[in-house]
Every structure is written in C-alpha cells, then in structure tokens.
Write a protein that binds this ligand. Structure first.
Ligand code: CP
Length: 355
C-alpha cells in the first residue's frame, strides 16, 4: 500500500470513529507484517481497520502465541481496575506476558486515591488527586495504560461521556486500552468475533443477541460492543431481541434489526449470544425480570442447533439454564480463552505502532 493510499484509509477510519476524541487519533507508522492497523488507542472496535483481517491475525497468534515474545521487552503494561474482573484481568495479563511485557496491576478503587475528573474543580470534597496528575504520573511508569471503569448507571450523560477513560485519554501521554468502559467492551467483542470465526457455518449465519433477566442492574457495554462488532460482519445476519422498552442506545444499534418476540428471533439461529442489560431509556433501572426470557433448552430447540455464547460471568438458571450452558453447543469457555488472543493482538499492534 502506498503512503497516499494509507493516508486515505486513515482518513476513512477517522471519520468512522464514534468515541475517541480527535487528539487520540494520531496514527503510528507500524502496520506490521500483516498490514492491519490500529489507531493510537484502543477504545472501541472502530479503532481497528478490518475486523476480518484482525480475526485472521488473532487466530494466527493463537497457533503460536509466543512468536512475538521479544516485541514487549522492557515495555510495561499498567492495568488499572476501577471494577472487578476475572477474565479481563488474567487474559490481558497473559497476553502481555506472551509479548514479553512487564505488567503492573492496580485495583484503583481499593488501593488508589479517589480521583477528581472535573477540570477546574475546587477539590475540597472526597477526591484526593486530579486525573491530570494521576494520568501523567502513570504514563511515566507505563508504556500502555489499560483501564476498566464501568458505568455508574445513575447519570446517563456522565456515563456516555466516559469520564474515566476520557480523563486518561486527555492527560495520559501513552496509549490507552479499554478493558470495559461505561459504554463499551471492545476486547470482549473482538474475542467474540474470533470465537464465531472458529465456528463458521457453511451458510450465511444468523446471529441473535438476546436480552435475559438478571437481579442486578447491569451496564450496556457488552451488548453495545457486540452490536458494533456485528455491524462489521457483512456475511452474517444479525437480530437483537429484548422486551419492548429495553432498546439499547439507538446511536449504536442504528439500523440493526430488533425483534421483540424472542421465540421468533431464535428461529433458525446459528449463534445465540445472551446478555442482560439494564434499561437505557429509564436509565439504569430494572423494568423487566420476566423469567420467560431465560435461555432454556426449549428455546434452543427453535434454533438451527445454535452455539450458545455469553461473555461471563453468568448467573446460571437466571440468564441461561444449566442444561444449555453445560451442553456441547455452549462455547462460553472458548470465548473466555479467546480473550487472551484478542488482547494480545491489540497490545501487539500498539507496540508495533510505538516502535
Ligand atoms: N467478560 C469479562 O469481561 O469478564 P470479567 O468481568 O471477569 O473480566
């Protein structure tokens, strides 16, 4: 690809980006051997150039995960957690170790100072440190900063503004990686795409994202990123099913098909992706807990012998019955395994950009 073509492709990519602010869009020169591309930061699935090529590359990494063991030598990944994690924490750490990186992990909420994110704030209340200093300081210790900071589900505007990630993007001087933010979980959706590719159907696959009940109010980050990823799957049909009133952010779902009848949506499906999310309109509220939406063996009988997917952790016999998640069609453990290769590819491309 010529430099001119590359510039055009970058420009096209910039116009696609929905979340990252302009000053995060400085691009490195590191296209790497596979000619695939990432922006400086990985905040959304929109920050990569071609889902298809990325999935192929991740599958190559999976076959030989230690091939680039020298790439991350003397580089440090800082992982800051404002919320709990099992898969993201361990898989991202493993990915970094596979690349030869050093890793520092901090549970920010229990171990760090309470941060202030508002510019110009008079800090005479609870917050002890401003993001301006915190992000600048962490940037001196780390070559990449990865952050998990969920939605508070109280203030929609604040969650949509991605206060924590935006603060780091604004004040950090190194690349920032999203390990699940208020509105997105792109490393999960990349892992989901890798998993579906491994179970590619001989025909045009039908993929269904289904809402399922949950006793606690959960963020929309995972379904948002799954929707964004599915919108890039040109050879698959995609349907979202949920109770009326549970529509996700229309700026994300765009023209994705919504079917309010879960049974109808399941007909002939090849992949069922279950996830709960709290109400987006009545923000953060649980307005439905109908157990009829639980993914059961009877519902799965409506499908085309579909694979069952969930990002985990999952509430058994609430989201999905034991029978379904324990069946041979359940690929949830494979999904979790692919989190390593999704994270590894993201870190690899960022390191190549920085060379
Ligand atoms: N799917 C996922 O992100 O898992 P954790 O919350 O355990 O990291």
């Amino acid at each position: 690809m010529s430099k001119k073509q590359k510039k055009i492709q970058i420009k096209q990519l910039q116009t696609e980006l929905s979340f990252a602010s302009n000053d995060t869009l400085s691009f490195g020169e590191g296209w790497g051997e596979e000619n695939i591309y990432i922006t400086m930061n990985f905040i959304s699935i929109q920050n990569i150039d071609s889902l298809e090529k990325w999935v192929k590359q991740a599958l190559k990494i999976k076959k030989n995960p230690l091939k680039n063991k020298k790439l991350g030598k003397n580089k440090t990944l800082g992982m800051l957690f404002f919320n709990s994690s099992l898969r993201t924490r361990l898989s991202t750490q493993k990915a970094a170790l596979n690349l030869g990186m050093n890793v520092m992990v901090m549970n920010f909420t229990s171990e760090g100072w309470t941060l202030e994110f508002e510019d110009g704030a008079i800090m005479d209340q609870g917050a002890s440190e401003h993001i301006k200093e915190a992000a600048a300081v962490v940037s001196q210790y780390c070559d990449i900063i990865a952050i998990r900071a969920f939605a508070g589900l109280v203030d929609k505007e604040k969650d949509n503004a991605e206060t924590v990630i935006s603060g780091f993007l604004k004040y950090a001087s190194v690349p920032v990686v999203n390990m699940e933010s208020a509105t997105g979980h792109p490393m999960q959706s990349l892992a989901d795409a890798i998993t579906m590719a491994e179970h590619k159907t001989p025909h045009r696959a039908k993929v269904v994202l289904t809402w399922a009940p949950h006793p606690r109010a959960l963020p929309q980050a995972v379904p948002n990123s799954f929707v964004e990823m599915m919108q890039k799957q040109e050879d698959m049909d995609f349907v979202i099913t949920h109770p009326e009133g549970y529509e996700l952010n229309p700026e994300i779902t765009k023209d994705s098909k919504i079917e309010y009848d879960q049974n109808k949506a399941f007909e002939n499906a090849d992949f069922i992706y279950a996830k709960n999310w709290s109400n987006y309109k009545e923000y953060g509220k649980i307005t439905n807990s109908d157990p009829n939406w639980t993914v059961s063996a009877d519902k799965m009988k409506l499908t085309n012998n579909a694979k069952f997917m969930h990002c985990l952790p999952v509430r058994r016999n609430v989201i999905v019955t034991d029978e379904v998640i324990d069946s041979e069609n359940s690929i949830v453990i494979e999904q979790a395994n692919n989190r390593t290769y999704s994270a590894q590819l993201v870190l690899q491309k960022i390191l190549e950009n920085r060379k």
